[in-house]
Design a protein around this ligand. Structure first.
Ligand code: SF4
Length: 320
């Protein structure tokens, strides 16, 4: 496995189906990408695109329906919960809502201490020392260890979430919309903190967000998902300068570009309509009902994910 041996994490043709009221929902469909050591892969798409599910599959928090997930060369899909347990310390997650992931009856310091205890790291004295150091590193005073979650702001809680995830010395961190619920000024501080910590600890991130501006700032590689499928995948600089899939172009237009007074209106493309139900995805290209350049062939023939240039793949009949 030469390619995946280089990567901290490698997803290969990973699919996930859910059965909901006797109907099968294809939440993730043959998704493949690598997360190299010390790098960030951004996962973008609207809500319902499957990006959070992909993040959980990457951490083996959900079983796959098909495909393989290699963590440092070990196929997690072939392992049992017991054999995966020693690897858990190296694979952590930062949630969008840290309040929901913290016990309201435990101080935030105790929550970080608890993570260290869970993985049997250090003596109790060493754990508290580490808790204090981490709280300070993420921008919280050591005295805040005694605060309860409800006493902290959203930004402070997310710093606790980061301290807890990083306390156990992970190599891979899935950041699942970690700044979406925060004010813009706080978002910038948290993103900067994540970037600094990545450099200091040589962390690999999967960064999940619907905010392409944030993804562009943090990511080395970007994977664009639509209805559980990869529609474009490229190094971040290529994707943002030369987006090839109409969906990616519309996402970038709608999020990053502020129309100037003299700019012709037709240059901006809005995303039309709602994402179709994943229970009954459209025929052909699943994006055809919303695509500004769809042709007849798009509703009948499924486009293949094909390589446009080194590292840049796109799933569209007309991308070039
Ligand atoms: Fe649009 Fe057709 Fe390309 Fe799909 S295959 S993105 S519908 S042009």
């Amino acid at each position: 496995m030469p390619a995946e041996a280089e990567a901290v994490l490698s997803l290969q043709n990973v699919s996930k189906d859910f059965v909901v009221r006797h109907r099968v929902l294809h939440a993730v469909d043959r998704v493949s990408f690598d997360v190299p050591k010390g790098k960030t892969v951004g996962l973008v798409g609207e809500s319902g695109s499957g990006k959070s599910t992909v993040g959980r599959l990457g951490l083996s928090l959900l079983p796959t329906t098909a495909g393989n997930v290699y963590f440092k060369g070990q196929d997690l899909t072939k392992m049992t919960p017991k054999t995966i347990r020693p690897l858990r310390r190296a694979m952590q997650i930062i949630f969008q809502d840290p309040l929901a992931s913290l016990s309201q009856r435990m101080t935030v310091g105790a929550a970080v201490f608890d993570a260290l205890s869970l993985h049997n790291i250090g003596t109790p004295k060493e754990r508290w020392k580490r808790v204090d150091a981490l709280m300070e590193r993420v921008g919280l005073s050591a005295s805040m260890t005694q605060a309860y979650p409800f006493e902290l702001s959203g930004g402070q809680l997310q710093r606790v979430g980061i301290a807890r995830a990083l306390s156990v010395g992970p190599e891979l961190v899935v950041c699942d919309e970690p700044v979406s619920a925060l004010d813009v000024s706080i978002q910038i501080q948290i993103i900067q903190l994540l970037r600094e910590l990545q450099a200091e600890m040589n962390l690999s991130y999967i960064f999940i967000s619907h905010n392409l501006a944030v993804v562009e700032y943090l990511s080395d590689e970007v994977v664009v998902l639509y209805l559980g499928q990869v529609v474009e995948q490229a190094p971040a600089d290529q994707l943002f300068t030369r987006p090839s899939h109409p969906y990616t172009r519309v996402l970038i237009d709608s999020i990053l570009r502020v129309p100037k007074a003299d700019e012709p209106q037709q240059k901006l493309e809005a995303l039309r309509g709602e994402m179709p139900s994943p229970f009954s995805p459209p025929s052909g290209c699943t994006f055809h009902g919303r695509c500004p350049i769809a042709q007849d062939i798009c509703s009948t023939e499924v486009p293949q994910l094909r390589l446009l240039e080194a590292g840049h793949s796109v799933k569209c009949h007309f991308a070039e």
